[in-house]
Every structure is written in structure tokens, then in C-alpha cells.
Design a protein around this ligand. Structure first.
Ligand SMILES: [Zn+2]
Length: 136
């Protein structure tokens, strides 16, 4: 299994409980952000060494969602659901839900990260990308 965007999330191992983590960052002021960057803290403005990588738990709550029925890119198969999710660690991420549904999830629904196969690598390995799915 190979991640489509390895700079953004981890591929869980059997020992990690099976949930992907997001590669974010933490400032010495305490602000947590995603994705990792060293340009500057959005809260205090510190740069460089003050900003360190931090793995964020792939769990959060739904803030908003929209079902996309038609996408301008011909290679993006619709319909699918785009969601804004407030991670338990703080940052809000915009991502896709693993499953399309005509039923809208209520705001505040607990969600967890999962990886879905989106293709094959040149070596024939499964290529996976991050999605979120409701907690059970
Ligand atoms: Zn800061």
C-alpha cells in the first residue's frame, strides 16, 4: 500500500490502530496547524524552528458538507461529498468523505480518517488516498 500524498498523512500500520494520522505542525505558542509549513504561525507569526512537525489524530467532527454532482475536471468521478472537518487536534481540514450519500450527515457527526484505494502505482502496488468516514 502506497500513499498518493505521503507528505500529508501516514499510512497506518497494524500496530497504530489502523487510523491514518495527518502530518501537521505545532508552534511554540501552542497553535496547531495543517499541513506542516515553516512560513509562519497564523497566530503569533513565529517562523522556522518555532514550527515543528506534529502528527494529528485522524478524528474530528463535521463542520459542513456539500455533495458535488458534476465536477469540471473530467477525471473526477462525481457524485462525491466534500466536507469541512474540525480535527480533535484543532485545525479544520477540507477533504472528501469515503462514501457518497444523498443523506446529509448532521453537523457535529464524529468522523475518522480512512484510506481508500484510488489506483495502482507503476509497480502495481495499491495507491491509497485519505478520506473520512463516520465513526461507528
Ligand atoms: Zn505561534
Amino acid at each position: 500500500m502506497q500513499a498518493l500524498k505521503p507528505d500529508l498523512y501516514t499510512v497506518p500500520t497494524d500496530s497504530s490502530g489502523g487510523i491514518a494520522q495527518l502530518r501537521g505542525g505545532r508552534c511554540t505558542c501552542g497553535h496547531v496547524f495543517f499541513p506542516m509549513q515553516t512560513y509562519g504561525c497564523e497566530v503569533c507569526g513565529r517562523t522556522g524552528e518555532a514550527l515543528q512537525p506534529a502528527l494529528l489524530q485522524g478524528r474530528g467532527k463535521l463542520v459542513a458538507s456539500a455533495r458535488v454532482l458534476l465536477h469540471a475536471a473530467k477525471d473526477r468521478k462525481a457524485p462525491f461529498v466534500v466536507a469541512s472537518i474540525r480535527l480533535d487536534d484543532g485545525p479544520v481540514v477540507r477533504t472528501l468523505l469515503a462514501e457518497d450519500s444523498t443523506e446529509r450527515l448532521p453537523v457535529g457527526t464524529g468522523l475518522r480518517a480512512c484510506l481508500v484505494e484510488v489506483g495502482r502505482s507503476d509497480a502495481g502496488e495499491a495507491l491509497v488516498d485519505l478520506r473520512f468516514t463516520p465513526e461507528n
